[in-house]
Design a protein around this ligand. Structure first.
Ligand code: GAF
Length: 386
């Protein structure tokens, strides 16, 4: 078997003559946070950190799953697809297998070995990367010929319905549709999208990882979704045509919820503002106005922190730390929130000194270790060898 692309060395010994190897990346999101499940726009991109799967066919109906990162294995079979209730990682893979089965595609036995280079718990969508790599490998193995867009929806559905995390579609879409050096402007209402070239010259996308993940993350995520739905229901009593916050304006909101200090009002205010802000930010990119783009990132952070309330002390500290640094054009928390990374647009020559000073300050203030990554915008899910 000829393997054109470099794959992690720990996978080598699992590769057999008839193996299929797939890879799918983590993502960043420049602007448009918590807008996907409100039918709004998002602006993600795939990054050069991948989840890899080696899938080797079996003659029987057994499914054997190995995680090299957790040094763990799990077995079930194609008939039962028994969910694992002691640890989560097998369920990302089994959830995707179930999606094929639900589409009346006959499953066959296999052994799948997984290793990931997307840091977990950093808000870079390591779980979407695993799901999409699995969807790609199974599509190839079962010769199902399912299109990328459908594989994207299957991966999201696996996370919603098998794993039990009610995420939107942004992460899986970015992992599947990423292109080198391009952002994806995705309209989550109808899944239409366009690529926006993103060449930063002497700037880079720097991810500063707080290395914390507060346990509130998934329960608060579901609460935010409910609060947005509640807002839509209130607006709908005056404006029946409004189906989601995408259709709402600030005027509609003000005419529908009197108390502008209430949680529901503030959640809706943030989302309505963010959907518009993303569209304005894309205009900034068209006009090569990175400075204006970056300023909007700071505004987004403020909204996520104060109105949407999904930030945390560490993330706020990181954004505050870079705010008055002239070499940083924009910064904000990224992803679901309550930990993980901030995304920053930083002048290349200033990166090292920024990282050094924040490492020291973060350690002094919180006793915690900073991690950081330069995000190179890369290709989405693909087969490496089959
Ligand atoms: C998480 C979810 F998985 C996405 O769907 C999205 O809602 C994001 O949080 C917030 O923008 O990554």
């Amino acid at each position: 078997m000829e393997i054109a692309e470099k794959i992690p060395s720990n996978l080598q010994s699992y590769i057999k003559e008839n193996s299929i190897i797939s890879a799918s990346p983590g993502r960043i999101n420049l602007i448009g946070e918590h807008t996907d499940y409100n039918n709004g726009f998002v602006l993600p991109a795939a990054i050069d950190k991948y989840a890899y799967i080696v899938l080797t066919p079996r003659e029987d109906n057994k499914i054997i799953l190995n995680s090299l990162d957790f040094n763990d294995s799990y077995s079930t079979d194609t008939d039962t697809l028994k969910k694992c209730d002691t640890t989560l990682w097998p369920n990302y893979l089994l959830g995707v297998a179930k999606e094929f089965k639900d589409r009346y595609i006959t499953l066959k036995g296999f052994e799948a070995t997984l290793t990931g280079r997307v840091p977990a718990g950093s808000g870079l969508s390591s779980s979407a990367a695993i799901e999409c790599a699995m969807a790609f490998a199974l599509n190839d193995y079962l010769q199902a010929n399912i299109e990328r867009i459908e594989l994207t929806k299957m991966s999201q559905s696996a996370e919603n319905n098998f794993v039990g995390m009610n995420c939107g579609i942004m992460d899986q879409f970015a992992s599947m549709f990423g292109e080198n050096d391009s952002l994806i402007q995705l309209d989550c209402r109808d899944l239409s999208y366009k690529y926006i070239p993103f060449k930063l010259d002497h700037y880079s996308v720097l991810l500063l990882d707080t290395n914390v993940k507060h346990s509130l993350a998934s329960s608060e995520y579901n609460t935010r979704r409910k609060e947005c739905e509640e807002g839509v229901a209130k607006i709908k009593t005056n404006y029946p045509e409004v189906e989601s916050l995408r259709d709402a304006t600030m005027e509609m909101l003000n005419n529908s919820i009197e108390d502008n200090t209430s949680a529901v009002y503030r959640r809706c205010k943030y989302v309505i503002g963010e959907i518009q802000r993303l569209q304005d930010a894309c205009e900034d990119l068209m006009h090569d106005n990175l400075k204006a783009f970056g300023e909007k990132m700071f505004i987004t952070h403020e909204g996520l922190s104060k109105d949407y309330e999904v930030s945390c002390e560490e993330l706020d500290y990181f954004v505050e730390f870079v705010k008055n640094n002239p070499d940083v054009l924009g910064a904000r928390m990224m992803g679901g929130g309550f930990g993980g990374c901030t995304i920053n647009i930083v002048e290349n020559k200033a990166i090292q000194s920024l990282v050094d000073s924040l490492t020291k300050a973060y350690h002094e203030k919180y006793g915690k270790e900073l991690k950081y990554y330069i995000a190179n915008i890369s290709q989405g899910a693909h087969i490496i060898a089959d």
